[in-house]
Design a protein around this ligand. Structure first.
Ligand SMILES: Cc1cc2nc3c(=O)[nH]c(=O)nc-3n(C[C@H](O)[C@H](O)[C@H](O)COP(=O)(O)OP(=O)(O)OC[C@H]3O[C@@H](n4cnc5c(N)ncnc54)[C@H](O)[C@@H]3O)c2cc1C
Ligand SMILES: NC(=O)c1ccc[n+]([C@@H]2O[C@H](COP(=O)([O-])OP(=O)(O)OC[C@H]3O[C@@H](n4cnc5c(N)ncnc54)[C@H](O)[C@@H]3O)[C@@H](O)[C@H]2O)c1
Length: 410
């Protein structure tokens, strides 16, 4: 293989990057692999940071993708605490923050995403907390004490999972969301209402359709929130979860095609044939949906690297066409979601089971076809739901809603 004396370089040492290194070795690649990450912690998974780890139920040693010795055992050079500051696609090199340079044979970008910052006065004070890294989770854990007043800005996945953890810790929680319901753009009105009820029943003060105008404070530390209508709320800490932006700066500066993430084809190859992208940062062409999709979930960062690794080793059948999947846990509610629906991209929601019992499956349909399904406190149904989505066939809605009809017989 021409140029194979140069390593394959992976930028971004988190779930996506670590899984890519594993997949390259799994595919029999024996050349050099350099995995570079700006964080100091070896690759770890983020879901526990808003759930078991934040609740103090899951130990730090449990969050990592691989045990410490795995990297040496698999001859993967792990460079932690090392931001990559530039890519030169013509010379096929990456530049490190310390001015060092590493040549690559193929490059994989798994740079993930970064939290959006709240653009209001007072947002840079102490006690204004975001959640992306393990040290962020530690900071939030430290403020979740009985009776502490926690304001959460954003009722998305971060906001709701943190609200649940805060209530479990005995804190008083107010959630401030600019839309009319939580998770509205992902779940739509019908199912979003279930999550509003869930959090209200657990004592969360939910405020919808509100604007955060300012974070108030004293001596550089936040002490409250002022809303657009003048309402003031006292807060001992403010947790902000208002979405993420894909970490595309490196790719953009290198002249790669970037549009809501790094654009790739179905092989996860970017506009430069020697550069691939996977995970949160990749806006990848999806053959099943015939469009580009950027998926901000764990399973995508787990599975896309398999395809990227095989593709960059020259296997032409390496195509990423998995149906998107994610999960969440809040209080005693666990859920899995499989499929993809644009906001307002469905014409009907069908429930199998009563959503008020919080034990049900919801299906989003368009033109009689199932676009996505979400099982809530119902288990072992993801495979048949995925099959319904993948098949694209029209279904009998009465049978879909009937819990006595097996999902494999819809
Ligand atoms: C608190 C939390 C809870 C979550 N819970 C769930 C869940 O329950 N279910 C679910 O499906 N999904 C969940 N997710 C989403 C899931 O964790 C992400 O989709 C996943 O982490 C994406 O992995 P990634 O490897 O693509 O990117 P990331 O995890 O963002 O990792 C990218 C890495 O690249 C590094 N990097 C970026 N730029 C550079 C550079 N220039 N040089 C060197 N290194 C760089 C970053 O520092 C980072 O370590 C959660 C996310 C968070 C934050
Ligand atoms: N279970 C899971 O799958 C899970 C759990 C945690 C995090 N994550 C991932 O982490 C990332 C970040 O999660 P997130 O919850 O921050 O993003 P999100 O996109 O899920 O939700 C952001 C929420 O903030 C609201 N919002 C935006 N601007 C606002 C403002 N100025 N004031 C009030 N509300 C505002 C939005 O309407 C939305 O409801 C996402 O990629 C998410 O998929 C996933």
């Amino acid at each position: 293989m021409a140029g194979s004396e140069r390593p394959i370089v992976i930028v971004g040492a988190s779930l996506g990057g670590a899984k890519a290194a594993e997949a390259l070795r799994g595919a029999g690649y024996r050349g050099g692999i350099v995995l570079i990450g700006e964080e100091h912690e070896r690759p770890y998974e983020r879901p526990p940071l808003s759930k078991g780890y934040l609740l103090g139920k899951e130990a730090r040693e449990k969050i990592h993708v691989h045990p410490p010795q795995w990297y040496a055992e698999h001859d993967v050079t792990l460079r932690l605490g090392t931001p990559v500051v530039a890519i030169d696609p013509a010379a096929r090199t990456v530049t490190l923050a310390d001015d060092g340079e590493i040549g690559y044979h193929k490059l994989l970008l798994t740079t993930g995403s970064v939290p959006r910052r709240l653009p209001v006065p007072g947002a840079d004070q102490d006690g204004v907390l975001y959640l992306r890294r393990v040290e962020d989770s530690d900071r939030i854990k430290a403020v979740l004490r009985p009776g502490a007043r926690i304001a959460v800005v954003g009722a998305g996945w971060i906001g709701l999972e943190v609200a649940a953890a805060a209530r479990a810790a005995g804190a008083e929680v107010t959630v401030l969301e600019s839309l009319e319901l939580p998770l509205l753009r992902v779940l739509g009105r019908e199912v979003a209402q279930v999550f509003a009820d869930l959090h209200r029943d657990h004592g969360v003060d939910l405020r919808f359709g509100v604007q955060v105008a300012e974070l108030t404070g004293a001596d550089g530390t936040v002490n409250g929130v002022r809303l657009g209508d003048g309402t003031e709320l006292a807060a001992d800490a403010v947790v902000v979860g208002i979405g993420i932006s894909p970490a595309t700066a490196l790719a953009e500066a290198a002249g790669l095609e970037v549009d809501n993430g790094i654009k790739t084809d179905q092989h996860l190859r970017t506009s430069d044939p020697d550069v691939y992208a996977a995970g949160d940062v990749a806006n990848a062409y999806h053959p099943l949906f015939d469009r580009h999709l950027r998926v901000e979930h764990w399973a995508n960062a787990l599975n896309q690297p398999q395809t990227a690794a095989r593709a960059l080793l020259g296997q032409p059948d390496a195509v990423y066409d998995r149906v998107p999947y994610f999960f969440s846990d809040q209080y005693d509610v666990g859920l899995e979601y499989v499929g993809y629906v644009e906001p307002d991209g469905y014409d009907r929601v069908v429930f199998r089971g009563d959503p008020a019992t919080r034990e049900f499956i919801a299906f989003w349909l368009s033109g009689g076809r199932v676009l996505a399904g979400m099982n809530v406190n119902v288990w072992d149904v993801t495979d048949p739901i995925r099959e319904l989505v993948r098949s694209g066939r029209t279904v009998d809605v009465d049978r879909l809603a009937d819990p006595n009809v097996p999902l494999t017989e819809i």
